[in-house]
Design a protein around this ligand. Structure first.
Ligand code: PNS
Length: 157
């Protein structure tokens, strides 16, 4: 059984993330969506909300589980029994950071592989950072994120 880990902040999850989740779930027996706990990042949604939203949107996909992790990704991957990490690649601009992270992780654990999946072009410009900015200014983000995120934003503001 091959298990992959898709790590991220998911603050909040977007249609782009969901597209990558569906693609990864079709390639692996099990997919763990790992929500990173990073106290230094000023998250819009707390961990409970992020996981709750993810569990809701992933529920139709039977081989996907949602879990949180803190600390090093390579350690979390071992804990989750995953030898492959999935990351989404939207544009060339993502590449430098992703390449660095993948190489660093592999250097720390040679068994570790990163696979990049590209979301559909219609999602290639969506980022959680922009969703947060638009949401904070009262803009409509319903074209870019699941309904549960829109509701969570309404609740928060
Ligand atoms: O959605 P994001 O914010 O782009 O996800 C980044 C994430 C959580 C995957 C990355 O920051 C990470 O792996 N954090 C865990 C700490 C770690 O392992 N850092 C070293 C990476 S080389």
């Amino acid at each position: 059984m091959k298990t992959a880990l898709f790590p991220g902040s998911f603050d909040p999850v977007t249609f782009g993330h969901l597209d990558v989740i569906k693609r990864a779930a079709s390639l692996f027996d099990n997919l763990i969506v790992g929500v990173a706990e990073n106290p230094e990042k000023n998250a819009m949604f707390d961990m409970r909300t992020r996981k709750e939203i993810l569990r809701g949107v992933c529920s139709p996909i039977p081989n996907v589980k949602v879990a949180s992790f803190r600390g090093l990704l390579i350690k979390a991957a071992v804990r989750f029994n995953a030898t492959t990490v999935i990351r989404g690649l939207r544009a060339i601009s993502d590449f430098e950071y992703e390449f660095q992270m993948a190489m660093m992780n592999r250097e720390m654990n040679l068994k570790f592989e990163t696979i990049f999946l590209m979301p559909s072009p219609q999602y290639s410009f969506i980022s959680s950072r922009m969703i947060k900015e638009i949401a904070k200014m009262g803009g409509d983000v319903s074209a870019f994120v699941p309904e549960s995120v829109v509701n969570a934003i309404k609740k928060q503001y």
